[in-house]
Ligand binder design. Structure first.
Ligand SMILES: Cc1ncc(C[n+]2csc(CCOP(=O)(O)OP(=O)(O)O)c2C)c(N)n1
Ligand SMILES: [Mg+2]
Length: 566
């Protein structure tokens, strides 16, 4: 067996069925071997390696399995970097392979040699350079274990060309990873104490982060909420882990979150944070964040505990395991709680539900969401770009099933939307997958329309086209005295014509009543579609609080002011 055969064998042993990549000299032996496996391993040829990494990341986000991508050495590998970093920031288990010059040339500045071990060191959970064909299968096995266990994250594997063509003679069998022992089971004493804190709290709130989704702990979260009537807010990464139509769902919190969520946090006496890392975009000013609340923090990564917010009760462990056991303790101790707080919150949630049916011309972005909500089904998946459109979507679009919205939260990577939607559709082909994008973001990776066309992958792109790098324009308006520096994109290109150039259907929409009929047409199409929706150019996503501000210092229109409510 040669190295290239061993790589494919190892991938098949890990039940990999799809990978996203782009070839080049140093990975040609591996690409050659793919031709022997066209029946059980689908390679999706993207148009830029960044797209491969985002697609693999999205594949992981919607399935919970590892996503796999591949690039050649040098520029191919460096093109993966933004995608790997994006996966790292959002704890996504991506296995990224990069070619490398033959082992004898490493360090010689050979053609297309880049020191990717150094480049990826700080944006991966771990990286490996395979220097012997004997170590291929053991290394790949370890990589999958590392990516998927404990806090998930991306792994980079470097494949020198000669390793792919060498004979496997004495295959390494040992797959033990020294020192890697993620703590799954939370400390029982701490769980007992958490139960006491929860039962003694009058005004608890749960902050549910992406860790709930990665741990598949949505059912356990639901049980906890139903048992004790505790309101739930999510981070952007946690969105969809708890049904947003539920009367106790506060929606997303933070800088562009819902006022009711931020005010509930500020007025709570106990925060139960699960699988979240208290990013600055959700806490605002740390000195005033949750001043009145005790904090229970459940997280699989001990390094997250106390990093940003002081914690009264830490529990290190897997969210599913910890919640399951916490629920069992609570079930024994708890009577259904008197729910003055929950009733109050339910009332505020209703009052905070803005009217989105705003029939304006040009189209108000909220109207676009309102109309989109009429068409999108529960099981459908949305990927977003980055900017205002992302925040309109995460704030206003309600999702109720786990893993049905994916967005670059930690990194805020423009260009994520289209390749992420592509990867999601490959993973879950039987639902409609939407890319809700910005005009700036879409233009960064729109070459993947070629992949969608040629690989027959259907994604519906909805471009919220405001002719601006809207989020930066909004900040310039609000915080730089309207001094607009390099933010106006104008209306170039015509995205419908771009779609046509790829032999795909493209639509331009500029009136509110055209949105739904166009979306319906797109749903009836068999192929990828681009809908360029021209919205009001200078609309802002509000309410918000400023960087470093207090979470309750939200400004901007929102129908009711929860400041009065609490
Ligand atoms: C790769 C990258 N470059 C720059 C930024 C900074 N940035 C954040 S939002 C934004 C504007 C995005 O414009 P667009 O995609 O049109 O979305 P809009 O805000 O208009 O909805 C920019 C430039 C970023 N997040 N990512
Ligand atoms: Mg824009």
């Amino acid at each position: 067996m040669l190295g290239n055969e061993a790589i494919v064998k190892a991938l098949l042993e890990e039940n990999v069925t799809h990978l996203f990549g782009f070839p080049g000299g140093s990975v040609m032996p591996l690409y050659d071997e793919f031709l022997n496996h066209t029946d059980n391993l689908r390679h999706v040829l993207v148009r830029h390696e960044q797209g491969a990494a985002h697609a693999a990341d999205a594949y992981a986000r919607v399935t919970g399995k590892a996503g796999v991508c591949l690039a050649t050495s040098g520029p191919g590998a460096t093109n993966l970097v933004t995608g790997i970093m994006t996966a790292y920031m959002d704890s996504s288990p991506v296995i990224a392979f990069g070619g490398q010059v033959p082992t004898g040339l490493i360090g010689n500045d050979a053609f297309q040699e880049t020191a990717m071990m150094g480049v990826t060191a700080l944006i991966t959970k771990h990286n490996f350079q395979i220097r012997s064909a004997n170590k291929i299968r053991s290394t790949i096995k370890k990589a999958f274990v590392l990516a998927l266990n404990g806090r998930p994250g991306p792994i980079y594997i470097e494949l020198p060309k000669d390793v792919q063509t060498s004979e496997v003679i004495n295959e390494e069998k040992d797959t033990h990873i020294a020192g890697f022992k993620p703590k799954i089971s939370g400390h029982f004493g701490q769980i007992r104490k958490a139960a006491d804190l929860i039962l003694n709290s009058e005004m608890p709130v749960i902050i549910a982060g992406g860790g709930i989704l990665w741990a598949n702990a949505c059912n356990e979260l639901n049980q906890l909420v139903e048992m004790l009537n505790i309101p739930v807010t999510t981070t952007i990464m946690g969105k969809s882990c708890f049904p947003e139509q539920h009367p106790l769902s506060l929606g997303v919190l933070g800088m562009h979150g819902r006022k009711v969520a931020n005010y509930a946090i500020a007025n709570s006496d106990l925060i139960i944070a699960i699988g979240c890392r208290f990013n600055d975009r959700i806490t605002g000013n740390l000195d005033t964040f949750a001043e009145k609340s005790k904090v229970i923090h459940i997280d699989i990564d001990s390094a997250e505990i106390g990093k940003n917010v002081p914690v009264d009760l830490p529990i290190v462990g897997d969210a599913k395991n910890v919640l399951h056991r916490l629920n069992a303790v609570l079930a024994k101790l708890a009577q259904k709680k008197d729910s003055i707080w929950a009733d109050k919150i339910k009332r505020f949630i209703k009052e905070c539900d803005c009217v989105l049916d705003i029939n304006s011309n040009p189209i108000d972005p909220r109207m676009l969401i309102f109309e989109f909500n009429k068409i999108i089904k529960e099981q459908d998946i949305v990927a977003t770009g980055v900017g205002q459109q992302q925040m309109f979507c995460t704030h206003f679009l309600k999702r109720s099933r786990p893993r049905t919205i994916i967005s670059s939260g930690g990194a805020g990577t423009m260009g994520f939307g289209l390749p992420a939607a592509l990867g999601a559709k490959v993973a879950v082909p039987n639902v409609e997958v939407y890319n809700f994008d910005g005009d700036g973001s879409f233009a960064m990776t729109m070459q993947e329309l070629g992949t969608l066309k040629e690989e027959n992958i259907k994604v519906i792109s909805i471009i919220m086209n405001n002719a601006y790098l809207g989020m930066v324009r909004q900040w310039a308006e609000l915080f730089f005295d309207k001094r607009y520096s390099a933010v106006h994109l104008k209306r170039t290109p015509d995205f419908a014509k771009v779609a046509n150039a790829y032999n795909l259907e493209g639509y331009s929409v500029s009136k509110p009543n055209e949105i739904v009929p166009t979306l319906k047409e797109a749903c009836n199409s068999d192929e990828a579609v681009v809908i360029d929706v021209h919205v009001k150019e200078e609309a802002n996503i509000l309410p918000m609080f400023a960087t470093g501000g207090n979470i309750t210092d939200m400004f901007g229109d929102c129908i009711h002011i929860p400041g009065k409510l609490f």
